[in-house]
Design a protein around this ligand. Structure first.
Ligand code: ADP
Length: 365
């Protein structure tokens, strides 16, 4: 069993910089958690504290049933994969894989069996006699993964391991890491600034900002029910559109209205928004939930097309709605549409998100 529990975890760098603030997080045994957020939000520091590479300022870290606060990294039974691979350049791939086990005086026969298994999982057999500089970036990262696998640790920690790879290789390695986790389910924490990586890899995605956890949940729940504007804008690509609107009552229905837009609000949201009548709120619309065409009038609004991006599988539109820029995704590729066109954009009322303009917390997530 290797659950990881972070309780009120803090990291101060000197007296000025509070890099990790009161982080509470319970990671289940065998769970794959992706820690994601913009650069500088404290995700690597959090990971390094779990690894024991960084002292903690206050709080507690448990791995399994042990408090590891004061244990050196080698006694925590964690294996870490870094962005820069950290392979020994003068050793062959085989010796790189064997290194940690030889240090622990594991018999050569067992080392060979462990390396065979890892090489099989990662397709490394042909590379075992080469040295790291004779390998591509993707191959070096596979060796770095292999080095973790042979140790059969309680926990895998990944620090942006795919950032140095090109887009295509990153997508391939993502699949390999996912396959690896299903073949060898091991508690894993994966740090990345890339929300696609986090969403595709994580059983659970933990979004951080300025040292604090904003939200932790399954990919679908953080996408569907972001707790605040930051999470709403960070998760999902292209990013969610935001419009300033006022909540008004029109007859029996609540509407979200600005000079450019008037949209009916459905019953579920109306309950939460009733108290906001006459007040400004921020409305969030995902690009992929908007479609071209009037449909029902109370569910659509006018927009001016500014840029058309034909991707083959879909069209992306940049439009202007009043003062705001609104992106529309998944427009069918055969649609006849040009820059300068006046169009109407439709959205289902259940797809609208609303945020408090002061706290930025979701009113209806
Ligand atoms: P992330 O991994 O999310 O990009 P980090 O955890 O590396 O962020 O850093 C969090 C914050 O702590 C950043 O503002 C960074 O500048 C600061 N920081 C990181 N390491 C140090 C250090 N050794 N000394 C001082 N400040 C640091």
């Amino acid at each position: 069993m290797a659950a990881i529990t972070l309780s009120k975890l803090n990291k101060h760098y000197g007296s000025l910089h509070h890099a990790v603030k009161d982080v509470d997080l319970a990671i289940a045994d065998k769970e794959f958690v992706a820690l994601v957020g913009p650069s500088g939000c404290g995700k690597s520091t959090t990971l390094r504290m779990i690894a024991g590479l960084e002292d903690i300022s206050s709080g507690e870290i448990r791995i399994g049933d042990r408090v590891v606060n004061n244990l050196p990294p080698r006694d925590r039974d964690v294996a870490m994969v870094f962005q820069n691979y950290a392979l020994y350049q003068h050793m062959t791939v085989y010796d790189n894989l064997a290194f940690g086990l030889r240090n622990k005086k594991v018999p050569e026969r067992e080392i060979k069996a462990a390396i065979d298994r890892a090489a099989e999982m990662l397709g490394l057999h042909e590379l075992l006699k080469r040295r790291p500089r004779q390998l591509s970036g993707g191959q070096q990262q596979r060796v770095a993964l292999g080095r973790c696998i042979v140790r059969n640790p309680l926990v895998f920690l990944f620090d942006e391991p795919l950032s140095n790879l090109d887009a295509k290789l990153r997508a391939q390695m993502r699949i390999e890491i996912k396959r690896l986790h299903s073949q060898m389910p091991t508690t894993s924490v994966f740090v990345t600034h890339d929300q696609v990586e986090a969403m595709t890899l994580g059983d659970r995605v933990v979004i951080m900002r300025d040292g604090e956890v904003q939200q932790a949940g399954s990919p679908l729940s953080v996408y569907g029910h972001p707790v605040n504007r930051f999470v709403a804008g960070f998760i999902g690509a292209p990013a969610m559109n935001f419009l300033d609107v006022t909540i008004r009552k029109e007859g029996d229905t609540l509407v979200a209205q600005s000079r450019a837009v008037k949209l009916a609000i459905n019953e579920t949201s109306a309950r939460a928004l009733e108290a906001w009548q006459g007040r400004p709120v921020i409305m969030g619309l995902r690009p992929e939930h908007l479609s071209l065409g009037a449909g029902v009038l109370s569910r659509s609004f006018p927009a001016k097309v500014e840029v058309v991006e034909q991707l083959g599988s879909e069209i992306l539109l940049e439009t202007r709605v009043g003062e705001a820029r609104v992106t529309v995704a998944r427009v069918p590729p055969e649609t006849q549409v040009s820059a300068g066109d006046q169009v109407r954009l439709s959205i289902q009322p259940g797809r609208l998100h609303f945020f408090d303009p002061d706290s930025e917390a979701a009113i209806v997530a």
